[in-house]
Design a protein around this ligand. Structure first.
Ligand code: SAM
Length: 276
């Protein structure tokens, strides 16, 4: 970085891996097969990228910071199975990118994510309509615990349920702050979301499902009926109470007790009540 006159850009969540064992392990355990394509987000100066290029057929790496690209090209020069894209992953048209670069291959996402946009990136990937095999990412440990929580756990929340709709989340290993430069103030963990080949719970209206999950957790201390009422202003509380009963749930249940099957039943009952 010194040779290229580079500085860490905190605004882009730049904490680069300096412990060689960590990118090796992330690449090896990301869940992909050797003939799969890999989408990497935020390659930085290529520590994880090189390991991915060694193990998998093709890698596409999307990096927002233009100033890093020459250093990244240098560290990855030996690989001819890498495409570097200088772009903001939140603005990329993922289905077009995947179709163009991977041409029918299976694709796994593997990344050490910029922590300031973990949730938008994860939800953007899951809701993109692209069928990824796995999404294996290093994130803040606290967020990893939340994503791995089960209904009823203190850490279970809207983001847990939103991600659980798409696959099975498992925590692979934790990484200490000393493995990065600069060292982040928080601990990190690598999680893998094994995406379900077939969606386990289909609903009539995906947007209502999203609103149902958000609404159920909007006011955690309130009952489900009261919490949903704040999201679904179109319906009065009596109508929402009927919906909750129609979905087979107790009227005084709390959102944090519900798993995906219950949210799906509730979303369909709300869709019917809204006359959609
Ligand atoms: N993969 C490298 C490593 O492990 O050492 C760097 C990881 S660093 C935590 C996150 C990387 O994501 C940085 O290189 C940063 O510039 C990049 N980044 C931040 N926001 C981004 C965005 N919206 N789109 C693409 N890359 C982004």
């Amino acid at each position: 970085m010194e040779r290229h006159g580079l500085r860490f850009n905190k605004g882009y969540g730049q904490n680069f891996l300096i412990n060689e064992a960590v990118p090796k392990r992330i690449a090896a355990e990301c869940g992909a097969e050797a003939d799969e394509g890999i989408l990497e987000i935020g390659p930085g100066i290529g520590t994880l990228t090189c390991e991915l290029c060694r193990l998998y057929k093709k890698v596409v790496a999307v990096e927002i910071d233009t100033s890093l690209i020459p250093a990244l090209q240098e560290t990855t020069a030996e690989f001819d199975n890498l495409t570097i894209l200088n772009a903001d992953v939140l603005k990329v048209d993922l289905p077009s990118l995947i179709a163009k670069e991977f041409d029918g291959m299976k694709v796994t996402v593997c990344a050490n994510l910029p922590y300031y946009i973990t949730t938008p990136i994860l939800m953007g990937l899951l809701e993109s309509g692209c069928r990824f095999e796995n999404i294996t990412v290093m994130i803040q440990k606290e967020v990893a615990l939340r994503l791995c929580a089960k209904p009823g756990d203190a850490d279970y929340g809207a983001v847990t349920a939103s991600v659980a709709r798409y696959g099975q989340v498992s925590r692979l290993f934790t990484v200490s702050a000393g493995s990065f430069m600069p060292a982040p103030k928080v601990d990190s963990a690598v999680i893998r979301i094994k995406i379900d080949a077939v969606r386990r719970y289909t609903v009539k209206d995906e947007r209502i499902m999203g609103r149902t999950i958000r609404g159920a957790f909007a006011q955690r201390r309130k009952t489900l009926v009261n919490s949903l009422a704040s999201e679904f202003g179109e319906l009065n509380k009596e109508a929402i109470a009927e919906v909750v009963i129609a979905a087979g749930l107790a009227p005084d249940v709390r959102g944090e007790r519900l798993g995906i099957p219950q949210f799906a039943a509730l979303a369909d009952a709300l869709t019917a009540a809204l006359g959609k």
